[in-house]
Design a protein. Structure first.
Length: 319
C-alpha cells in the first residue's frame, strides 16, 4: 500500500459548480485566492453527478449539470500550477434533493425492483471513468465515494470497485465515510487511507476522536478528515453538519470551531490533516464576506485561523 508522506493542509474546491462554471477567469481567481489566503498544500476537486432519486440505478455523469471532463482536467491543471497536490473526488447526488446517504435497495436482488447490482454497475462506470482521468492528470489521491451510509454495508461490491480502480489508477485511494460512521465500514483494509467527515460538535471532539482512534489502530492506516467545517452562523458549532440551521451570521463562532478542531486533533498524532469544506468556484466579493453565513471562510476570521494552523504544521511563515 502507498503512504501519505506529508500533513494534508487541504481545502475542498468547486463542489457546487455546475457545467460551464469551471475553466473561466472567475474559477481561476477563486482557486488562486484559496491557495494564497489559506496556506493549503492540497485540494480536493469535488463535483457531483445526479441520479434521479435514491432508488434510481443510472448515474448519467455525462449529462448536465455535471462539469465536463475538460473542466475537470482544467481544475486539476490549475491546482498543480499553484503547487497543490490534488485529490479528485467525484460524488453522486440525487436530483430530487434526497441526501446520497439514503441511496438504498433490497439486500437481495428482487425481479422488477431496482437492484444493488444495477446501481453498482452504473456507479462503477462513473468512478472508473474519473479514476482514469485522475491517473492521466497525475492526481496524487482519488476518493471513490462520499458519505454513502446505506451503501457501506455492501462490502463485496466496494472491494470489487477498489480492485477495478487500482487497475487504472496508481495513486492513493480513499473513501470518505460520513460522520459517526468510521467504525461501521468493514473494508478499510483495502484502501490506502481512512478518511471521514469531521462535522463534530465543538464540545464533543475528544469523545469522537477517542472512538475514531480505535478504528485507526485496528486497521493501521493513515487517517485524515476528507471534510470538516462549520457555517458562520450562531448555533452551527453545536451541529456543524446542518447547513440549513437558522441563525444570525457569526464569524466568531465559526473561528472558535476551527480553533477547537485544530487543537483537539493536533493532540492526536494519527490525524494527518484536513480537506476543509469548502471553497466555491465562484467566490463572493470580499466586501460581501461580512454578511455571508456559509461554510466558506474567505474574508472571515476563520480564514486566518486556518492559515496559521496550516503554516504551523508545514513550516510556512504566518501572515
Amino acid at each position: 500500500m502507498k503512504q501519505l508522506d506529508e500533513y494534508v493542509a487541504g481545502m475542498t474546491w468547486g463542489f457546487m459548480g455546475v457545467r460551464g462554471s469551471w475553466a473561466n477567469d472567475e474559477a481561476s481567481a477563486s482557486m488562486e485566492t484559496m491557495a494564497k489566503t489559506t496556506g493549503v498544500n492540497w485540494t480536493a476537486i469535488a463535483f457531483s453527478a445526479l441520479q434521479a432519486t435514491a432508488f434510481s440505478t443510472e448515474i448519467p455523469y455525462w449529462n448536465e449539470p455535471t462539469v465536463t471532463d475538460d473542466e475537470v482536467k482544467w481544475a486539476i491543471q490549475k491546482a498543480k500550477s499553484l503547487g497543490l497536490k490534488v485529490c479528485l473526488k467525484p460524488i453522486v447526488n440525487c436530483a430530487d434533493g434526497t441526501w446520497r446517504a439514503h441511496i438504498n435497495f433490497f439486500d437481495k436482488d428482487v425481479p422488477c425492483e431496482p437492484k444493488w447490482s444495477d446501481w453498482f454497475a452504473s456507479y462503477r462506470d462513473y468512478i472508473f471513468h474519473f479514476a482514469q482521468i485522475a491517473e492521466e492528470t497525475g492526481c496524487e489521491m482519488f476518493c471513490i465515494g462520499c458519505e454513502m451510509v446505506q451503501t457501506d454495508r455492501r462490502e463485496a461490491e466496494w472491494r470489487h470497485l477498489i480492485s477495478e480502480v487500482r487497475k487504472v489508477y496508481s495513486g492513493l485511494v480513499t473513501y470518505n465515510c460520513d460522520k459517526y460512521q468510521e467504525d461501521n465500514v468493514g473494508w478499510w483494509d483495502d484502501l490506502d487511507l481512512i478518511s471521514s467527515s469531521g462535522y463534530y460538535p465543538i464540545d464533543d471532539w475528544d469523545r469522537q476522536l477517542d472512538r475514531i482512534e480505535s478504528v485507526v489502530r485496528k486497521y493501521d492506516k493513515p487517517f485524515f478528515f476528507m471534510e470538516a467545517g462549520c457555517p458562520s452562523r450562531t448555533g452551527s458549532s453545536a451541529i456543524p453538519n446542518d447547513w440549513t440551521l437558522q441563525g444570525a451570521t457569526n464569524h466568531a463562532e465559526q473561528a472558535d470551531f476551527y480553533r477547537t478542531m485544530f487543537q483537539k486533533s493536533g493532540e492526536r498524532d494519527w490525524v494527518r490533516g484536513f480537506m476543509l469544506w469548502d471553497w466555491p468556484a465562484k467566490l463572493y466579493e470580499k466586501s460581501e464576506a461580512a454578511d455571508d453565513d456559509g461554510y466558506c471562510v474567505y474574508g472571515k476570521e476563520a480564514e486566518a485561523v486556518i492559515f496559521e494552523a496550516y503554516a504551523a504544521r508545514n513550516g510556512m511563515k504566518t501572515k
